[in-house]
Design a protein around this ligand. Structure first.
Ligand code: BDR
Ligand code: CA
Length: 314
């Protein structure tokens, strides 16, 4: 069993990732930590609680950061045109308690220390909670099994700016801290996630065969599908769930390796830059950083099949 903590900003594609985790027989979901991103942290926390309740799962939800560690960030509007005003595509979400004080970083620290060498952190929002946990307790870097993130654009353009992918762009300093810590980070970036495209037809089939749990995913994804339709696509990208599949089926991913830096100012704010292992020369800003991993390629069709098998059983 993989002991997993999901750090997330639900978020339509986050919802599918969460469903994958709770459906997968080899995953023990220890908890969910939430972060601002697709909506405010109050909304993403409520959404995480709503989804878990709807699917009958009792994993705890711990609210995290309301804003970035990075100073002097450009003002950020939540992406309501993609995830809706309520973060779940306008799907009617019941009120859930969100009055807890921020506890995400401490939850991450406590779980990692209580399960040395076992916890896998899957972070599919801004990296702020992970960076805060590292600042509070640097020892956790040596105690986690690994960290898997949905984030970055290594050899392709970004989706917020030509340079940057949303999860990195939203707190580039936090991402730089996470890539620089002595733990294993595997990034599942836009290089691959922009090729894991679930067609409208596939989504409808999974909803028809998958019962109420999968029907909820299909219902809350309709506006998100509509967003892609405006650009001529008939379906949706499943960024965050692609990263979830890496936890269980790493053989479907082709990894590049190298030290990673993230730009935290200028027009290329949020750019992820990997120094390839084959490159030799003066490195300066990459010197002494740990080698990390990025899935610059992989098998999108097989990843989608794994999602279908896990979420529907077909
Ligand atoms: C990432 O940004 C968010 O909007 C999605 O949930 C995903 O985590 C894709 O760039
Ligand atoms: Ca997300």
């Amino acid at each position: 069993m993989h002991k997993v903590i999901l750090d997330s900003d639900p978020g339509v594609d986050d919802a599918l990732a969460l469903y994958y985790l709770i459906r997968h027989p080899d995953i023990d979901l220890l908890g969910v930590t939430t972060v601002f991103g697709n909506a405010s942290v109050g909304i993403t926390t409520r959404n995480a609680r709503f989804l878990l309740k709807a699917w009958g799962h009792d994993a705890p939800v711990h609210p995290g950061a309301a804003g970035p560690l990075t100073l002097d960030m450009p003002p950020e509007a939540y992406p309501v045109h993609i995830h809706g005003e309520n973060g779940l595509g306008g799907y009617p979400v019941s009120d859930e308690a969100v009055d807890q004080p921020e506890s995400a970083a401490q939850f991450l620290i406590d779980q990692v220390r209580a399960n040395p060498g076992q916890v896998r952190i899957l972070a599919v929002g801004r990296m702020t909670n992970l960076a805060r946990a590292l600042q509070l307790a640097p020892d956790i870097a040596g105690l986690v099994a690994d960290v898997v993130i949905m984030g970055g654009a290594f050899r392709v353009p970004g989706n917020v700016t030509p340079a940057a992918e949303a999860n990195i762009w939203g707190d580039p300093l936090a991402a730089d801290i996470v890539f620089g810590a002595p733990w294993r980070v595997t990034a599942i970036p836009l290089d691959l996630t922009t090729r894991t495209f679930m067609t409208r037809g596939m989504l409808a089939r999974l909803a028809a065969e998958g019962g109420p749990g999968m029907q909820l995913i299909a219902d809350l994804s309709q506006d998100y599908v509509g967003f892609y339709a405006q650009s001529g696509y008939d379906g949706m990208l499943v960024h965050d769930c692609t990263a979830a599949v890496y936890l269980t089926d790493p053989g479907l991913f082709d990894l590049a390796q190298g030290e990673v830096r993230v730009l935290s100012q200028g027009i290329a704010l949020g750019l992820t830059l990997m120094n390839p292992v084959t490159r030799h020369g003066p490195l300066a800003a990459w010197d002494g950083r740990p080698r990390q991993f990025a899935a610059v390629d992989g098998q999108p069709d097989a990843i989608l099949s794994h999602i279908a098998r896990t979420c529907v059983g077909s």
